[in-house]
Design a protein around this ligand. Sequence first.
Ligand code: NAD
Length: 494
Amino acid sequence: MNHISHWINGALVAGTSGRSGAVFNPATGVQTSTVDFASVQEIDSAVAAATAALPAWRATNLSRRAEIMFNIRNLVQSNRNEIAALLSAEHGKVITDALGEIARGLENIEFACGIPHLLKGSYSEQAATGVDVYSIRQPLGVVAGITPFNFPAMVPMWMFASAIACGNTFILKPSEKDPSVALFLAELLKQAGVPDGVFNVINGDKVAVDRLLEHPDVAAVSFVGSTPIARYIYETGTRNGKRVQALGGAKNHMLVLPDADLDMAADAAVSAAYGSAGERCMAISVLLAVDSVADALIKKVQDRIPAITVGPASDSKNDMGPLITAEHRDKVAGFLAGAAAEGATVVVDGRTNVPADGFFIRPSIIDGVEPGMRCYDEEIFGPVLNVVRVKSYAEGVALINDNQFGNGVALFTRDGGVAREFQFDVSVGMVGINVPIPVPVSYYSFGGWKNSLFGDHHMYGPEGINFFTRSKVVTSRWPDPRTSSVDLGFPQNR
Ligand code: NAD
């Protein structure tokens, strides 16, 4: 059986804790690997490697850091098919979806290639007579990223690209359910010229996470995962004096107004509810259908479902793969099983006609859903679309704003005035107007509101640069400089 260990100080390091986890191919249900779970001592050795690498890395000039980011970009791009295959074998998502994830992650590396520009400070000449004042941004030190199973390539790229470009050294603790992509990326970063110790991967569970949260030499923690763990990470990390951004779960609504193009809305609802088997934090999980068009819209969504092919990623004709584990598949199935008792109706039941092996569930719809039902109040994180019928735009917005989550939301309408009102009123961090999955491009930043994000900084983009740096302001006065020398060579940095 394949064995997955850690990456510390530029090399694979076998685990010594004696604890490990099982990694499955979710499309077959067969265990393919064991992954080492780090001990406190192993975390400490990764932090020691990152601490030792920090002085030279943060002193590496910006041209060289940018060159390394370009090298990483080119290596990820040229190895994308290998990364997609590895990702799909442990996560289950189909190859086109895996390639899409890698492409969106790559955008963050491309953004970080502009690090010389991104770290420019400000300068005020003659703040007082002969006195200038300027601000600079400096790295935090050793920083950690803790990532979820559902984007094993993209979410680490959200974090490490900005973190290391800013001059920090980085420890990644990937999901124990699909850890191989992280180690593959570690090899690519080494090839790209990232010095040993600047990027480390520690596999593990709560033991590893807790040690990172309390280690005195870890300056900041960036987390993406479920809301209860995000809250725990934020509270524990900040209590220990760390800067923390912790992104949590979601329940994304799509409000369809009577004037919307219903075919476009149905296409969008199906793509956003069932893509990646609904295991996306920006998936649409609640369709808010205004009464007058609700029946027509639901029929259009329902009519599109039989065309979705469900099966392993190894067959390129499949649109949708399995869920991550048998336990998660059973949990999702439980929402369908419990719906009727709560007064809702399962109009498309994905528990039937599934492939014999693996952790599959097919696209499903629960109609007649209302707040207070479990399937509405909790994050399902599977291919289950809840339909809530509302009387008006106002009732739809009130429901969205009452929800505990505020990650993504979408409005479908042809009315620009209402769309503008919606963006003004809605208590959600990422808003789509006729766009079902409004994941911001890399030069904006990603983040939800309410229980979808704990902390002050959104992820990647300009807020990512701010998260991974701190500002320093210098006030200076100089005598007239008399030092100079002659050098006819063209000035350069390498
Ligand atoms: P999870 O919270 O179970 O795990 C995330 C990470 O936390 C993993 O690395 C895991 O090992 C670690 N972890 C788990 N339990 C822990 C504990 N008790 N103590 C310390 N660490 C622990 O999340 P998941 O199931 O891997 O991912 C799915 C969740 O992530 C969903 O809720 C989804 O909405 C959310 N998510 C959010 C975003 C976002 O941007 N807001 C993006 C992707 C996923």
